[in-house]
Design a protein around this ligand. Sequence first.
Ligand SMILES: Cc1cc2nc3c(=O)[nH]c(=O)nc-3n(C[C@H](O)[C@H](O)[C@H](O)COP(=O)(O)OP(=O)(O)OC[C@H]3O[C@@H](n4cnc5c(N)ncnc54)[C@H](O)[C@@H]3O)c2cc1C
Length: 428
Amino acid sequence: MEHTSSYYAATANPDARFPKLESDLTADVAIIGGGFTGVATALELAERGLSVVLCEANQIGWGATGRNGGQITGSLSGDKAMEREFRRTLGDKAADFVWDLRWRGHDIIRKRVAKYNIDCDLKFGHLQTALTAGQLDDLQATFELGCANGMGDDLTMVSKGEMPDYLETDLYIGGLLNRKNMHLHSLNFCLGQAQAVVSLGGQVFENSKVIAIEHGSKPVIRTANGSVQADKIMLAGNAYHLLEQPKLRGKLFPASLANMATAPLSDADAAALNPHDLAVYDGRFVLDYYRLTADKRVMFGGGTNYSGRDSQDVARELRPALERTFPRLKGIDIDYSWSGMDGIILNRIPQVGRIGANVFYVQGYSGHGIALSHILAEITAECISGDGSEFAIFENCKHWNLPVGRTIGSLMIAVGMAYYSLRDRFER
Ligand SMILES: Cc1cc2nc3c(=O)[nH]c(=O)nc-3n(C[C@H](O)[C@H](O)[C@H](O)COP(=O)(O)OP(=O)(O)OC[C@H]3O[C@@H](n4cnc5c(N)ncnc54)[C@H](O)[C@@H]3O)c2cc1C
């Protein structure tokens, strides 16, 4: 399948196309899924000298990776649960590990863009905004924690009075500016990494859906026209696959997140709206997120539905929030609108594990996957190439399995999320 009709697809690097698998190959590692999880792991493995073959059912970055808000922040929605669960393996060091995890992906991504010279509009600067006093208190606590951990130079609390210097809206009562956080063209970043895999001798195939995994000491993945026999297999299909259901059923539930891009703004309008070119999201549980693209469109996302199906009319759903945030944009054309699925995990800790000895899976970032997928790619590659110590930290986490199908599970999660949305609405 072609990419969805997103801003990212319309501005994708046209040179980054990959063939279809049409033969029987062997490799050290075979990877299923060409989003950040699969592609970044392939690159980590190729850098370590392993031979790797990646099969993507559609096109590289076709899933959540080519549809997201492009915001790379230190947010871990499962941080409390992580700290609790990581204690099983790390004891008292769990809190420090979680703190480092917040920023580890930033370094991987920044260095990778520089190393492979990937053209993906990478920019620094993010503002998390508060709509309520409670959210502002949370931001203040994050600010103090950051300062205590040596990040004082990267962080600034923004008062209500200073807000007009950052955004042309009167919605917010304050915010936390973070200069370490980033935003980028997510699809081009993924495509650039896939090209880097090929430059290192790895093989990347598109339009090559894996239809079967055959287990054994040398497991095999099969597509309609070919196969790959490998020492190890990695399953990186996230919310878009139904492979290995006897083991994975009830673990991950797809949620649809919506996103859109306006017509390009004039330089004057863009400078008035968001003069520091920051990525922004607010402090609610189900939040609005936005930023300017390289060609000065407002990319605006928000809302989440847990039906496991994409929204039918994203622009109509999101326009009221866009216009409420920026009255200047009333009536602006929406050139692109789209939605995509991310995998929601009940405790919001990404799920990592093995099926048998040699089929690895990594999935479920609950809406915050850009940095996390790169961190887990590094950790999985370390494990596959011999050091499983960090993989074990995630693998040892307890996860709930809902003994229901995806539709019912998504509905159950929707009820929980509706509670949080209501709580956000009435919070002061
Ligand atoms: C609208 C939206 C906004 C978001 N905004 C942000 C954000 O601003 N910041 C952030 O950090 N995170 C954000 N996220 C989350 C983030 O994009 C994801 O967590 C991340 O991209 C997941 O990457 P992945 O590789 O695991 O999954 P995906 O990118 O979904 O990739 C899975 C791939 O596997 C392929 N596949 C499935 N089955 C098979 C098969 N049988 N054979 C071969 N291939 C298969 C699919 O075609 C797909 O390309 C957002 C997500 C969405 C949907």
